[in-house]
Design a protein around this ligand. Structure first.
Ligand SMILES: Cc1cc2nc3c(=O)[nH]c(=O)nc-3n(C[C@H](O)[C@H](O)[C@H](O)COP(=O)(O)OP(=O)(O)OC[C@H]3O[C@@H](n4cnc5c(N)ncnc54)[C@H](O)[C@@H]3O)c2cc1C
Length: 319
């Protein structure tokens, strides 16, 4: 059996989730030969040093100077076909999942994303669903097992013995694949406090009512030196950028306190803030689901409650 693992790297250093994916691929058993593939715009970016794989193939193409998910997938599919790989593994990062989803679409096969355990002999996987609230056991019915590895499901191991052999190849890429790539990066306007690292996060949901409705939330955040977050209902409405979104498809946060204003507490939102040590919910509805997870709650209109909290903080500081 041959397994192929797709590795993401930054400046020639393989990223941690990819090392974890390679470690899982190397533990598949059955005498599996494990090949790794990286995409780079120059052969000089071949990963150096120990890796838990037998061989590394560097797909070299100028398109890989920026993120080009379909092009990477085409390179992975080409190599998997040449190697006769019966298992293709990737990291369960946003990009790893995207690339493997393209691989699955190109091969017309199912993808088991975010796996924490794999028994390759009978194609059984255990994978994370519902933003981490459910572990699903599934059997994958496919000639080639495609999966991504949930970050931190296994500890990365460097690999024993000699470093793997390294070869390069030039993949054949379609015009459509070359059209899909990152052409510009715009830095996030975070206002100084990073959402992922903030000790306090003040978040607004649909209950804020509008873009302008975030003014009291921003004011409270400034007083508390907090980051401003929001729910997906807010980013979908265009009131805040996606970089502010907390949740399963946003940022995962772990502040000392999370102040959720006008947020109902959908599973996908809670997946992003369950690391918070304390949750204060401000909600007009005493039946809102978030109250089941909240340590403190204020039932009321956030447009009255939030300015009142800010005023109380100011009064306490000046007195
Ligand atoms: C695949 C998938 C991924 C998703 N990923 C995410 C994600 O990453 N993050 C995320 O947040 N969501 C995510 N969602 C969406 C999620 O299911 C919810 O739809 C979303 O979280 C709801 O946002 P909300 O709580 O702001 O809005 P609502 O559910 O509409 O809740 C609004 C709340 O505001 C309260 N309210 C209204 N007016 C006031 C007021 N004046 N004062 C006080 N309270 C008031 C209401 O009582 C209500 O509880 C995802 C969904 C899917 C299907």
């Amino acid at each position: 059996m041959t397994a192929l693992v797709y590795l993401e790297q930054t400046d020639g250093a393989v990223d941690e989730p990819s090392l974890q994916a390679a470690t899982m691929a190397s533990s598949l058993g059955g005498g599996a030969e494990v090949h790794a593939v990286v995409a780079a715009d120059t052969a000089a970016l071949a990963p150096a040093g120990q890796l838990p794989v037998d061989a590394v193939q560097v797909a070299v193409h100028e398109a890989f100077g920026s993120y080009a998910p379909l092009a990477v997938a085409e390179a992975v599919v080409e190599l998997a076909g040449r190697l006769g790989a019966t298992c293709v593994v990737g990291p369960g990062t946003e990009r790893g999942n995207e690339v493997l989803a393209h691989v699955a679409a190109l091969l017309d096969l199912p993808l088991a994303a975010n796996c924490v355990a794999v028994a390759v002999a009978d194609a059984r996987v255990t994978r994370v669903r519902w933003g981490g609230s459910l572990l699903e056991e599934a059997r994958v019915d496919a000639p080639t097992l495609l999966l991504t590895v949930q970050p931190h499901a296994v500890a990365a191991e460097p690999g024993a013995g000699d470093p793997p052999s390294v070869e390069t190849f030039t993949p054949t890429l379609s015009d459509a694949a070359l059209a899909l790539r990152v052409v510009e990066r715009v830095g996030a306007a975070t206002g100084g406090v990073s959402l992922a690292d903030a000790r306090v996060v003040v978040s607004g949901g649909r209950g804020a009512g509008s873009e302008e409705g975030f003014a009291p939330i921003e004011e409270l955040a400034e007083l508390l030196e907090a980051a401003v977050g929001c729910s997906r209902a807010v980013t979908m409405a265009g009131w805040r950028p996606h970089t502010d979104q907390v949740g399963q498809t946003g940022t995962k946060i772990a502040p000392e306190i999370y102040i959720a204003c006008g947020i109902s507490g959908a599973t996908q939102h809670m997946a992003g803030c369950k690391g918070a040590k304390r949750i204060l919910a401000i909600n007009a509805d005493r039946e809102a689901p978030i109250l089941q997870s909240a340590d403190y709650a204020v039932i009321g209109d956030l447009h009255e409650v939030v300015p009142a909290i800010s005023a109380a903080i100011r009064a306490a500081r000046s007195g």
